[in-house]
Design a protein around this ligand. Structure first.
Ligand SMILES: Nc1ncnc2c1ncn2[C@@H]1O[C@H](COP(=O)(O)OP(=O)(O)O)[C@@H](O)[C@H]1O
Ligand SMILES: [Mg+2]
Length: 334
């Protein structure tokens, strides 16, 4: 149940996007919250002229809209952008950013489930989901981000662009230097790691990357043959390894947790998704993968430290993530 204010805001957004003529939600029954993430809120909006998805208030919605539009000529499986803008609101100092998207549907006409939901019900589809994800990433990575390397649009950090991917990664890790040394990496080895990140040879052209590749952001349009598409990007320009790294890291962390006797219900599925992805995408040189994996492993380990004590995130998960950071530094700096 939503307050009248949310309904009014969604109606104003649709008018601002030029979709007012096509019918507006009448009341709270016409809105369904799809997620209220830390950042954005996503609503499924029922209208006489057809449902749409409205995302509100996030940072990064402008970048998301730019990436989805750029990918529309490479893949049929990204949602169409029906509107993006910023709406001035009485009582709000800043206008509220919004994004209106086509609803992703499955073949039966329902809202497409995510691959994460499908895998919970059918874990043995891991390898096929990974292959389909790899094929979709190949299509998305055809798009070049001509503005250069790094974040763009209204994403945090977009005020700086980089002339190389190595400079971006090295700068990024440098921002987390205190955390990395706290995991037991010496200052000297950290300096060598920063140099190695900068000096590794990457793809010359900045590819338009998704930036948040996960089975949670993968819609399943069709089961047989399997058809999937990525949505909810946190896009940036850079080396393709960045989009493979989260899947590689999830598999590695799950595997290590199991080896230490911890509970990771999805470890076998995560490993299957990763091997399917590699089979379909093709392997990237180890140095490029390790570079991307290291920076993402640091972010993940930091998140685990912050989430310590929450729910079922135990000390073992925290230790596995810290050890993985050290292992990746060792692989990068031989
Ligand atoms: N265009 C869309 N069509 C159908 N469902 C969507 C669409 N966009 C988002 N969703 C659903 O809403 C959920 C949250 O949206 P998402 O864009 O991933 O935002 P966030 O992860 O930042 O909360 C997704 O997991 C998905 O189930
Ligand atoms: Mg998401």
């Amino acid at each position: 149940m939503f307050t009248g204010t949310v309904v009014q805001l969604v109606r104003a957004v649709l008018r601002d996007a030029g979709l007012g003529q096509e019918g507006l939600p009448a009341g709270h029954r016409d809105l369904e919250l799809m997620s209220g993430g830390v950042d954005a809120s996503t609503f499924l909006v029922h209208r006489a002229a057809g449902d749409v998805v409205v995302k509100l208030e996030g940072t990064g919605l402008e970048a998301e809209s730019g990436a989805l539009r750029a990918w529309s000529s490479h893949s049929h499986h990204v949602p169409d952008v029906l509107g993006f803008g910023r709406l001035a609101q009485a009582g709000c100092a800043e206008p509220v950013p919004y994004l209106v998207l086509e609803v992703l549907r499955d073949h039966a006409g329902g809202v497409a489930p995510t691959a994460s939901e499908l895998l919970e019900a059918t874990p043995d589809l891991g390898s096929r989901i990974g292959e389909a994800l790899g094929a979709e990433l190949c299509r998305l990575h055809e798009a070049v981000h001509h503005e250069g390397f790094g974040n763009f649009g209204d994403s945090p950090g977009a005020e700086r662009t980089y002339d190389s991917w190595g400079a971006y990664l090295s700068d990024y890790l440098g921002l987390h230097r205190d955390f990395v040394t706290a995991t037991g990496v010496s200052d000297r080895r950290l300096r060598l790691a920063l140099d190695a990140l900068r000096d590794t040879s990457y793809d010359d052209a900045p590819r338009l990357l998704h930036g948040d590749v996960s089975v949670r952001n993968l819609a399943v349009y069709q089961r047989d043959p399997l058809a999937v598409g990525l949505f909810d990007p946190n896009p940036l320009g850079g080396d393709p390894s960045w989009d493979l790294a989260p899947v590689a890291n999830k598999a590695a962390l799950g595997d290590e947790l199991c080896r230490r006797g911890g509970e990771s219900g999805s470890a076998a599925t995560d490993a299957a998704v990763w091997s399917g992805l590699q089979a379909a995408y093709g392997a990237l040189p180890d140095g490029r993968m390790v570079a991307a994996q290291l920076v993402q492993a640091v972010l993940q380990a930091e998140a685990r430290h912050h989430g310590r004590g929450d729910g079922d995130l135990g000390e073992r998960e925290v230790a596995v993530a810290d050890d993985f950071v050290r292992e990746l530094v060792d692989r990068l700096v031989r």
